[in-house]
Design a protein around this ligand. Structure first.
Ligand code: NAG
Ligand code: NAG
Ligand code: NAG
Ligand code: NAG
Ligand code: NAG
Ligand code: NAG
Ligand code: NAG
Ligand code: NAG
Ligand code: NAG
Ligand code: NAG
Ligand code: NAG
Ligand code: NAG
Length: 735
């Protein structure tokens, strides 16, 4: 029964008053006169209103909206996984005792910040008999189910106070942006991120699908053609043959379909972005004749083949996309404004008439007053990011453009940046408006209120923070994108919705809520009876089975011709021990003793996210491979001798701690780090890496030698927190 009662004078009032349910976002809640509560453990069924079971929300961004019945099934699965409640879905005409009745109500009754009806609104009525969830649409009803789950998590006894809520989001676009152009993220990871967003009633995941890190203009043409870039959608259509040159880091149509369906099933729409005519190195590498002679990352719009090429690209991929809006990019084009405006209008016209979709662009050039030039059509929506490009209020909103707020006050750049932080700034979320109050989608400028439209401006679409990977694929690994957003995105979700959570309340409820989010395991937790998750002492083997002494029963299985004797596992090429586990997220300690007998580069441990190796070619240094990139230590395991190793993952760092055998047990701490930089920022050494523990298999390719005492523990000794391993400046990156 976690609700708070607030009054104008700040004292607790007796029952029958306005109050709110503490959650992310907060929910306005009116406690009823009847005292008591309803316990979720009494639930017998979710009853889906017969009349509306097949209803869908057509007002949202998605073109594949789930039915009310389908949302109810997902909710039923969530009650099981999050609250361990078995509550089946039935179809029925009315609420029954001890059920949650899911129905659709008056679609005009829930208003957004501009006073317009929103299909995402909902009501909740809790009586001693049961719960009624009424959505303005099935999507509204879905958000109501998130409220029930959150309240169930936050009350120890799963008791909901009797009363009613009427709730609606102030803004229609809520969620986040992720740069998957400069860094690849597996489809499964993106799906888990949708589950994360959805729990906090965020409905949009904007995914940037093509880009490259900054290109040094002084490179030779050969080097420019070879520079890292990516175009992630991958189609066998001959019209785009060669455009995607990273087959293992692509989204094929079935991947993109799965992503969109899974996200839609939780109320989240994927907004795909293909960038042009700027940030278009990947397109120019494919067709160099389209490039501007002065900048190989920009398209020459006036070249006759340029617009037809972009039309070919869009016509190939638009049939994949199930959103009403697609994103053209159109950011940071530094050549002619009038050509740029014509380009955007031509693409808007093409995509609108041929595919009936809306388009969005990054705010780049303010509209001009020249009679001799056209401006971007006001039906193109604008995603503002920086005042030095254009003023979202005075340039765009005042000229009739609808604007999505991605102001760079909430930009995050993976791992390192000269200008932006590496994770969301929580203080700014709760105190980021000019008056010191919380941020909100209409707060573009956090210091100068003159640049912010009124709260009820109908031209403010919503807000998305952006996570960029300016320094390309090997400055971060996949899971680090989650950690950059993990602590801030839910709080921003409260503000995107229009909730009124305070920062101290946020920190009280954030961890219990994160631990309960269905449909994901981004923390990469492993269920365990104690802090020891897995322990193989190899003291005995039963046939091919290696016994786990942790008490969790995570027994291993010998595959191939390895032997176990005297508490030692002897590995040979082609044999391995597989475990029932995959990966473990921060913090952890993976310890083992190892005695390699050959220096052949080989795998020690592998998992779903990372591989620990000795050597990756001819050199024999220890390294982690994660996200396709190697992170190499200046350390080689000695041959024919035992070394005790602890891999320690704590906060944002991962260490390789060794104690040699013999009498001198002095620990040496090595750190896995990323070396990043581009031509305008000289190389930055020693950036910490947060790498998941590889725990699916031991050995497996060419490793020869002995291993013993493999133990995976949840947590790490605090003495390593913040430890910075000595840096040798000037070491060339591993090649
Ligand atoms: C609570 O009781 C008061 C006084 O009897 C009544 O005016 C009010 O409408 C009731 N409120 C609710 C929510 O039932
Ligand atoms: C729906 O709500 C609107 C706005 O509150 C109200 O004007 C209208 O009468 C309601 N319609 C019904 C059928 O209740
Ligand atoms: C490109 O080369 C010119 C001439 O050598 C030099 O002045 C400039 O700094 C270089 N630019 C970059 C980005 O390296
Ligand atoms: C239109 O007029 C403006 C202002 O005189 C000028 O800067 C611009 O180059 C002109 N554009 C074209 C396409 O001629
Ligand atoms: C914007 O779209 C609407 C609806 O399709 C249309 O009526 C209107 O003319 C368009 N406005 C412009 C400036 O093209
Ligand atoms: C890593 O964590 C340390 C504090 O332990 C912090 O100072 C540093 O900025 C963090 N680095 C990144 C890239 O997040
Ligand atoms: C976070 O935001 C607040 C408020 O804008 C600011 O004062 C503070 O410097 C920011 N912190 C960091 C680490 O950037
Ligand atoms: C605040 O913004 C207004 C409108 O853009 C501008 O005219 C004014 O100079 C700004 N004030 C400050 C202190 O920057
Ligand atoms: C123990 O080993 C460490 C690191 O290898 C070395 O720095 C230290 O001098 C050694 N101590 C003794 C007593 O040999
Ligand atoms: C990792 O350990 C540090 C230091 O004990 C702690 O502050 C932090 O919350 C831990 N991180 C996780 C994800 O448990
Ligand atoms: C690697 O470590 C050794 C000491 O073990 C040191 O002498 C050498 O300079 C280091 N090399 C690099 C490239 O950092
Ligand atoms: C990181 O990737 C870039 C681009 O592919 C490459 O130039 C650079 O050498 C890589 N750095 C390391 C340390 O592997």
């Amino acid at each position: 029964m976690r609700f708070s009662l607030i009054s104008a004078v700040g004292v607790l009032l007796p029952l029958q008053c306005s109050a709110r349910w503490l959650g992310i976002p907060t929910v306005p809640f009116e406690v009823s006169n009847a005292t008591g509560s309803f316990c979720l453990k009494n639930l017998k069924a979710i009853v889906v209103d017969t009349k509306y079971q097949n209803a869908v929300n057509t007002e949202g961004e998605t073109l594949i909206p789930p039915t009310l019945r389908s949302f109810a099934s997902t909710f039923s699965e969530d009650l099981a996984s999050t609250l361990s409640l078995k509550v089946p879905v039935v179809i029925g005409g009315a609420a029954e005792k001890n059920t949650i009745f899911l129905t659709i109500g008056n679609s005009s009754a829930y208003l957004d910040a501009a006073g317009r009806p929103t299909s995402e609104g909902y009501s909740i009525d809790v009586t001693s008999q049961g719960i009624v969830l009424t959505g303005a649409s099935p999507l509204g009803a879905w958000w109501a189910t998130r409220t029930i789950l959150q309240q169930g998590v936050l009350d120890d006894g799963m008791q909901l106070s009797l009363g009613s809520a009427s709730d609606a989001p102030g803004w229609g676009i809520r969620g986040t942006f992720l740069d998957a152009g400069r860094h690849y993220y597996p489809t499964e990871f993106l799906i888990e991120m949708c589950s994360y967003l959805s729990f906090f009633k965020q409905n949009t995941f904007h995914v940037h699908l093509s880009d490259s890190p900054s290109l040094n203009p002084n490179l030779t043409m050969e080097e420019k053609l070879d520079f890292y870039s990516a175009f992630r959608p991958n189609s066998p259509d001959p019209a785009v043959a060669g455009l995607n040159h990273r087959p293992n880091e692509s989204y094929y149509q079935e991947d993109f379909e799965l992503l969109q369906q899974k996200c839609a099933s939780r109320g989240v729409t994927i907004i795909p972005e293909i960038e042009a005519p700027g940030h278009a190195l990947v397109i120019n590498q494919w067709k160099p004749e389209l490039a501007l002679s002065t900048d190989f990352t920009l398209l020459n719009i006036s070249y006759p083949e340029t617009i037809p090429t972009m039309e070919t690209i869009w016509s190939t991929f638009i049939p994949w996309f199930h959103s009403k809006t697609v994103h053209l990019g159109a950011d940071e084009y530094t050549a002619a404004v009038s050509e740029y405006n014509d380009y955007v209008n031509t693409m808007h016209e093409y995509i609108g008439t041929k595919f009936n979709k809306n388009v969005r662009i990054w705010g780049t050039f303010p509209p001009n007053d020249y009679a001799n030039e056209t401006n971007v059509n006001t039906n193109v929506t604008v995603q503002h990011w920086e005042f030095f490009e254009a003023n979202p209020y005075w340039d765009f909103i005042k000229n009739g453009y609808s604007v999505l707020n991605s102001d760079d006050q909430f930009y995050v750049v993976g791992k390192w940046s000269g200008s932006y932080p590496q994770k969301l700034n929580v203080t700014r979320i709760f105190h980021g408006s000019p008056d010191g109050g919380p941020t909100a989608p209409y707060i573009f400028d956090r210091t100068n209120a003159t640049n912010n439209p009124p709260k009820d401006s109908p031209y403010v679409l919503g807000q998305l923070p952006a996570l960029w990977n300016d320094f390309g694929p090997n400055s971060t690994c996949v899971i680090e994108a989650y950690w950059a957003l993990r602590y801030g995105l839910p709080g921003l979700g409260d503000k995107q919705w229009g909730g009124d959570l305070f920062m101290d309340e946020y920190y009280d409820i954030l961890e219990p809520l994160i631990a309960a989010i269905p449909g994901q395991n981004l923390d990469r937790k492993i269920p365990s009876k104690s802090s020891t998750i897995l322990s193989y002492d190899f003291s005995s083997s039963h046939g091919n089975t290696i016994l786990d002494k942790s008490g969790n029963g995570y027994n291993g299985k010998i595959i191939g011709d390895c032997s176990v004797k005297d508490s030692i596992l002897t590995l040979k090429p082609g044999c391995s021990v597989s475990t029932p586990l995959t990966s473990k997220g921060r913090n952890y300690t993976l310890s083992f003793s190892v005695n390699p007998t050959t220096s052949t580069p080989s795998t020690l441990f592998s998992g779903s996210a990372s591989t620990l190796r000795t050597g990756n070619g001819t050199p024999s240094q220890v390294l982690f491979i994660t996200g396709g990139s190697p992170y190499v230590l200046n350390y080689t395991l000695p041959l024919q001798t035992w070394t005790d190793v602890k891999i320690v993952s704590i906060n944002n760092a991962t260490y390789f701690v060794i104690s040699p055998s013999g009498s001198n047990r002095t620990e040496t701490v090595n750190e896995f780090t990323a070396t990043i930089g581009d031509y305008s920022n000289s190389f930055v050494w020693g950036n910490p890496m947060s790498i998941e523990a590889p725990i699916a298999s031991i050995g497996g390719d060419t490793f020869e030698g002995m291993i013993k005492d493999v133990v995976l523990v949840d947590g790490a000794d605090e003495k390593y927190a913040g430890y910075v391993a000595p840096l040798v400046i000037g070491v060339a990156p591993y090649t």
